[in-house]
Design a protein around this ligand. Structure first.
Ligand SMILES: [Zn+2]
Length: 74
């Protein structure tokens, strides 16, 4: 069973859906999505100062959000 996040929920800039069975899968797909587009990579570069959160803090927060997220209906 997978869980779905939008690009925006991961800190991105669009509503593309990114789903995976594990937290790592979501992060990996999210990274691929972000790296495929310059607008996204530029945005991510400036994100830490915008949100005042380190990558580690972000990762921890996303892990928690993944844990509480409802699984996708199949
Ligand atoms: Zn996106």
């Amino acid at each position: 069973m997978s869980k779905t996040f939008t690009c925006r929920e991961l800190g991105g800039i669009c509503d593309e859906k990114i789903s995976g069975d594990t937290f790592n899968e979501v992060i990996q797909k999210g990274m691929q999505h972000i790296q495929a587009d310059k607008a996204h990579t530029d945005h991510m570069m400036t994100l830490p100062e915008k949100v005042g959160e380190t990558k580690e803090q972000w990762f921890e927060r996303m892990q928690k959000e993944f844990d509480v997220r409802a699984q996708d209906e199949k």
